[in-house]
Design a protein around this ligand. Structure first.
Ligand SMILES: Nc1ncnc2c1ncn2[C@@H]1O[C@H](COP(=O)(O)OP(=O)(O)OP(=O)(O)O)[C@@H](O)[C@H]1O
Ligand SMILES: [Mg+2]
Length: 352
């Protein structure tokens, strides 16, 4: 057995897979596990082709390039490959193939980057900073707007009472209902309350509450599928705020859904997982998967920022609120999307 590299590949956001010269996987880092929808346990020892089969026009080129790298021990790049994952999903990637060539190590390093149509975004330091700055601005603005609203509403009510004229009365009511709409928006812009009410919770009570709310909203137009890991232990979290975060994401999936589509809520645990630079023994992963049209390419890197939306009715706050709640729990949200398959993954440490 060849020695493993001593650096921590799991902390990289780049997807790395190490294979031997016969294509058998020796190691797959965390980012690649997310992208290829597998686990280290499942992937290690199986052939790369079993996890992710190269299909379509690129298949012949891929096998040729890989064989060349094995023979010449020179690096190469294979672009625009379509991979059919074991889970049934297709993704499009570029792969940099580098032979390890040291100490008679014959392994080959595959550096996989997902292309635009199936781009994965995860919480990076830059994104987090931009998000916090923007959140600050949005909050400040919300405060300014909130103050005069009460006065406007009160004045409109007084006017409505004084008017004999029905038409004018109607105008006053429009002012009142628009102020109410603005008030609700401003309250969302101010975000969830800052302190967390942490108690020992069962995550499935939270996901079930979300499922019931969504099924009531969806009225049979979509099917919600549950894929729970019943062995998940209870952990400390603010269940109301988590409900809000998950609901915002499931609601987006519902809004993106076309007729007869389905939304899957899946829970799993991940062991020895690094979140925000901190190693955790046990992390809870909640996937919200939908088969809608996917996140528009030009929005992919900015969906977690406040006020970013593609929906005429949207305020663009749902995901930024969800991300804020997860950050306060020491967790993150990741997203990967392509037409027909969008997956938001909430990762949060399970504090006993
Ligand atoms: N499951 C999804 N499928 C396709 N696009 C999505 C999905 N989830 C989010 N998006 C995109 O991300 C954008 C931002 O989502 P977010 O929830 O922050 O705001 P919104 O839904 O537009 O408005 P709000 O949630 O405040 O009502 C959406 O407008 C949509 O373009
Ligand atoms: Mg939303």
């Amino acid at each position: 057995m060849t020695p493993r590299p001593s650096f921590d590949l799991d902390s990289l956001t780049t997807c790395i897979v190490l294979i031997d010269e016969h294509g058998v996987v020796d190691m797959v880092n965390q980012a690649a596990q997310v992208l290829l929808e597998t686990s280290s346990q499942r992937a290690t020892g199986s052939r790369f082709e079993e996890l992710a089969r190269v299909v379509g026009d690129g298949a012949i080129d891929w096998h040729h390039t890989l064989a060349n790298v094995v023979r010449t021990r020179l690096p190469a790049v294979s672009r625009d490959l379509k991979l059919a994952l074991k889970t049934g999903r297709d993704i499009t990637v570029d792969v940099v193939i580098t032979p390890l060539n040291y100490d008679r190590d014959s392994r080959i390093l595959l550096e996989i980057s997902a292309l635009d149509r199936a781009r994965a975004i995860s919480e990076t330091e830059n994104l987090r900073e931009a998000q916090q700055r923007l959140q600050h601005v949005v909050k400040g603005m919300a405060h300014e707007v909130k103050n005069p609203l009460g006065g406007i509403r009160g004045a409109a009510q007084l006017m409505a009472r004084k008017f004999e004229d029905r038409e004018l009365d109607e105008y006053a009511n429009i002012i009142i209902s628009e102020v109410d709409r603005l008030q609700a928006l401003v309250d969302r812009m101010l975000g969830p309350r800052e302190s967390l009410d942490k108690r020992s919770i069962n995550i499935h009570e939270v996901t079930e509450r979300v499922r019931q709310l969504i099924e009531a909203e969806a009225l049979d137009s979509v099917k919600v599928i549950r894929d729970y890991d019943p062995s998940l232990p209870e952990f400390l979290a603010d269940s109301d705020q988590l409900t809000q975060a998950i609901l915002n994401i499931v609601r987006n999936a519902l809004e993106a859904a076309e007729a007869d589509s389905q939304i899957t809520i899946k829970t799993r645990s991940r062991r020895q997982f690094t979140l925000n630079g901190q190693r955790h023994k046990l992390v809870c992963a909640i996937d919200i998967i939908d088969d809608g049209p996917g996140i528009p390419d030009d929005l992919m890197t900015s969906i977690f920022l406040p006020m970013v939306t593609s929906r005429p009715e949207g305020s663009g706050l749902g995901l930024s609120i969800a991300q804020l709640i997860l950050t306060r729990h020491g967790g993150v949200i990741q997203a990967i999307s392509q037409p027909g398959n969008t997956c938001f993954t909430l990762l949060l440490p399970m504090e006993p």
